[in-house]
Design a protein around this ligand. Structure first.
Ligand code: UDP
Length: 404
């Protein structure tokens, strides 16, 4: 049996996503580890202790979360680079008592810890970055040079890097010089027991929505996610659809989150959309299907996106997706078939795309059906089986050593 130490330094799979530092990666770690455990891979997720949780939380047979003391509980993400060594030392102590076969690091901070542990313990390292500083920089979301350097070092010494999409594979190779032979595209999955088509009217009644087209935005409120484009899209549609509404589900995230929320509220006022925009606080993951099912269109206007779980969840619920033409969204939104992709940040492109769907019920219906069919190709058990094969393959190889 393979035993894996999953490193998730900055955020825990036990947290509610859609807020603060908790988003797609939390869903990824929780769902993947659950699926890994169910395929017989013993999975221990190491997180930094941020509250007074028990040291070990047994999530389900074969999947536990271990809290490691590293720095004071309430540290912003920007301060976490300083506690990576302490975190790695704590994980090292734990593994000394409870050996593992492989390390799987998620996000660059855990990558740095994983790189350290790989050399200390002579273990293979699998890295999944979720976001990359050089990709974010291309669209103006600047990250410290220290992060870029750290990512490059981790990439150079990871035995396998998993990319969430083909686009991410290309970015790893072109922006970081990663060896494509060491990159595997392993797509995240979806829980189809939760995310499946349902009755739109029923969902709208449950949520107390008024009549009229419903646009949905789900995600953390930070500049990268493009909530400003969603509001401008609703404003532009208003001339033709005076009863169109925008539902926003999520909470502030990151150092610019509060400012972005203020900008959102200001623009809603400026456009006079107070009665037609509803901000809903972060919802437990399994409750989101009602929100998706209530929508005519899900908007994903992100500036960059390594995968884009929201686009997949919407498609799985039979909702056409209008998304930016970036990253994993280029794979998840089949242009003209499951939704529409929009190049650039000009809301005019989004207004045209949403109008095209609202004006043509037959197109909307076929996008809904094809989206659900496309989403059916994704599952967490498939993701886990891919990773299990990768882990098993590493057991017979000598780990890469960047020091020689
Ligand atoms: N999410 C959630 N509750 C919320 C808002 C978001 O569970 O109130 C989940 C959402 O369903 C998705 C994840 O957070 O699974 C966001 O992932 P995505 O890849 O779209 O963006 P990321 O957070 O990774 O940037």
């Amino acid at each position: 049996m393979t035993r894996v130490a999953v490193l998730s330094l900055h955020t825990s799979p036990l947290l509610l996503p859609g807020n603060g530092d908790a988003g797609g990666m939390n869903v990824y770690v929780r769902e993947l580890c659950s699926a890994l455990a169910q395929t017989g891979v013993d999975t221990a997720v190491f997180v930094r202790r941020h509250d007074n949780a028990e040291t070990v939380v047994e999530v389900e047979p074969g999947f536990k979360v271990i809290h490691i003391n590293a720095g004071p509980p309430h540290l912003p993400k920007e301060a976490l680079a300083a506690v990576v060594e302490e975190f790695a030392a704590g994980v090292n102590d734990w593994i000394a008592q409870h050996p593992v076969d492989v390390l799987h690091a998620n996000y660059w901070l855990s990558g740095v810890a994983g790189h350290r542990l790989k050399h200390d313990l002579d273990l293979p390292l699998v890295s999944t970055f979720h976001t990359l500083a050089r990709v974010k920089a291309e669209t103006g979301d600047l990250e410290p040079q220290r992060r870029i350097n750290a990512e490059a070092e981790v990439i150079a010494c990871s035995d396998v890097i998993t990319a969430n999409s083909v686009t991410e594979l290309q970015q790893l190779a072109s922006l970081y010089g990663a060896d494509p032979k060491r990159i595997d595209v392993v797509a995240p999955g979806i829980d189809r027991a939760v995310f499946s088509p349902g009755l739109r009217e029923g969902a709208r009644n449950a949520l107390g929505l008024k009549d009229g087209p419903v646009l949905l935005f789900v995600g953390r409120i930070q500049p990268l996610k493009g909530l400003d484009v969603a509001v401008a899209t609703l404003a532009g549609l208003s001339r033709r659809y005076q009863d169109a509404q925008l539902l926003v589900v999520g909470g502030v995230s990151g150092p610019q989150g509060q400012k972005e929320l203020q900008r959102f509220e200001d623009s809603v006022q400026r456009y006079g959309l107070q009665d037609r925009v509803k901000l809903v606080p972060p919802q437990p993951h399994h409750l989101l299907s009602t929100y998706y099912r209530a929508a005519d269109v899900c908007l994903v206007p992100s500036r960059s996106e390594s995968f884009g779980l929201v686009a997949l969840e919407a498609a799985a619920c039979g909702v056409p997706v209008v998304a930016s033409d970036v990253g994993g969204l280029t794979t998840l939104v089949d242009h003209g078939r499951t939704g529409l992709r929009v190049a650039g940040r000009d809301p005019a492109g989004y207004i045209d795309a949403v109008s095209a769907i609202l004006e043509d019920p037959r197109l909307a219906e076929s996008m809904a059906r094809r989206g659900a069919e496309m989403a059916a190709r994704y599952s967490w058990s498939a993701t886990a089986l891919r990773l299990r094969r990768i882990f098993a393959g590493l057991s017979s190889r000598v780990p890469l050593d960047c020091t020689v």
